[in-house]
Design a protein around this ligand. Structure first.
Ligand SMILES: [Zn+2]
Length: 433
């Protein structure tokens, strides 16, 4: 199954924004760049919202049909393991096998010996084109990698085979982005070596990068360090593909990849220079555009999102707990619900829309709204009906966000077309195809 050179993970919490998301990809096509859509939803999200993987499949199929999208598209079982994969098997054709929890678990001595024997040919110095420091490989380094990652790779093999016994074709991704420390070039190289020994035809790998990848906001960390790490990861993958005879389409996957505005120009240059592909996984950024669309519609939409915030403010601990490692909210900087209650449409949108340079923008407010989709799910029909009432406003925001803020700087290498500002009437500038 061919994922294509460029692909983008599109989260869609309530399954209604597929068409607006696809329009962004169609705009990229008119500018000569094909990007494969992958609708991803994790078990955690399904559980919180009360949806099933077949809902994601249905929404994807319908969006593809409605837009006459004739390219490939996928439905991603995001962050699954052996204990969660079953419900995803029939609906998904992309599986993100998350083995972060298996890192550091001990393996049998026969596994370790087999790994050491297979990798002993690399002892000495390996020079990887594009990696600044040559890798010094000795027994200690190989033992280290084995102790830290071998069980995790074997676990990925067990999950891969479990799926392969039940499904003929699918895209396997392995993610170690939720590891506690970033992988060094040597670790990544030998992880890929172990993956090839395990016989997994891996298509995408999601490593952990330095710095914080927080939900809904820009990268927090040293951009220069990220640049070196990202470029070296690309170089290691290219070298490992040759060395270990891995699929030539293997590419990097960047998780929690939405809203990382300061990284996109760097990533764009690096993938162009290396002439390689990339998978960018986004998720909650579309849900936030739903909230923005409701707010900018004024009236009932604005009323609902104010209530949503008031409820989220009250249930802070409960909502933030599942996301504690991927959000960083300064509670003192959250506006009081009474203050939000007095906001106009453009004040609400200004606080929420991800425009880091804007004085209205509040990254704490945005992160709390990011994790409060559970409250919208509890509102049930009232929320879903308003999504329909405010459809035009929401869709223009969803499309613009994916295209202008993500696809343009990352895949097309062009500056954003300009933000669709909310006018005083509360109506956003309409995005035209
Ligand atoms: Zn992830």
């Amino acid at each position: 199954m061919n994922l294509g050179k460029y692909s983008i993970g599109l989260g869609d919490r309530f399954g209604l924004e597929g068409i607006a998301q696809l329009r962004a990809l169609q705009k990229a096509e008119t500018r000569g760049t094909r990007i494969t859509p992958v609708w991803n939803k994790s078990n955690r999200e399904h559980t919180i919202i009360g949806t099933t993987p077949s809902d994601t499949r249905r929404a994807a199929d319908e969006a593809v049909w409605a837009c006459r999208w004739d390219g490939p598209y996928f439905v991603d079982a995001d962050h699954i393991g052996l204990n969660t994969v079953d419900r995803f098997i029939s609906a998904s054709d992309f599986f993100t096998v998350d083995v972060a929890e298996s890192i550091g678990k001990s393996v049998t001595s026969s596994s370790t010996s087999a790994f050491l024997a297979a990798m002993s040919r690399f002892k000495g110095t390996i020079r990887i084109p594009g990696v600044a420091t040559p890798l010094k490989v000795d027994n200690d380094l190989l033992m280290d990698v084995a102790q830290k990652y071998l069980f995790a790779v074997e676990e990925a093999g067990r999950v891969y085979r479990y799926i392969a016994e039940r499904k003929k074709t699918f895209v396997p991704e392995i993610s170690v982005d939720e590891a506690s420390t970033p992988q060094t070039p040597a670790e990544l190289f030998f992880i890929l070596g172990a993956i090839s020994l395990e016989g997994i035809p891996i298509q995408t790998i999601a490593p952990k990068f330095t710095g914080d990848f927080l939900k809904g906001v820009d990268y927090v960390g040293t951009v220069e360090m990220f640049k070196q790490e990202f470029e070296e990861d690309l170089a290691v993958i290219a070298f490992a593909v040759d060395t270990f005879k891995l699929p030539t389409s293997l590419k990097l996957s960047v998780h929690t990849g939405s809203d990382k505005f300061s990284l996109y120009p760097i990533m764009h240059k690096a993938i162009k220079r290396a002439n390689t592909g990339l998978h960018l996984k986004t998720a909650g950024t579309t849900w936030l555009e739903e909230v923005i669309g409701l707010a900018s519609s004024g009236g009932d939409g604005l009323r609902l999102v104010k209530q949503l915030y008031a409820a989220a403010f009250k249930r802070y601990d409960e909502l933030c707990r599942p996301y504690s490692t991927v959000i960083h909210i300064d509670r003192d900087r959250l506006p009081a619900p009474e203050e939000v209650e007095s906001w106009t449409a453009s004040e609400y949108v200004g606080a929420l829309r991800h425009k880091p340079s804007s004085v209205r923008f509040n990254r704490n407010f945005r992160q709390l709204i990011h994790v409060s989709f559970k409250i919208a799910a509890e509102m049930g029909d009232r929320y879903m009906n308003l999504l329909n009432d405010c459809r035009d406003e929401i869709e223009s925001n969803v499309t613009t966000n994916i295209f202008a803020r993500h696809i343009q700087p990352l895949f097309l290498g062009t500056a954003a077309d300009g933000e669709n500002e909310v006018t005083t009437s509360g109506h956003a500038r309409k995005e035209t195809m």
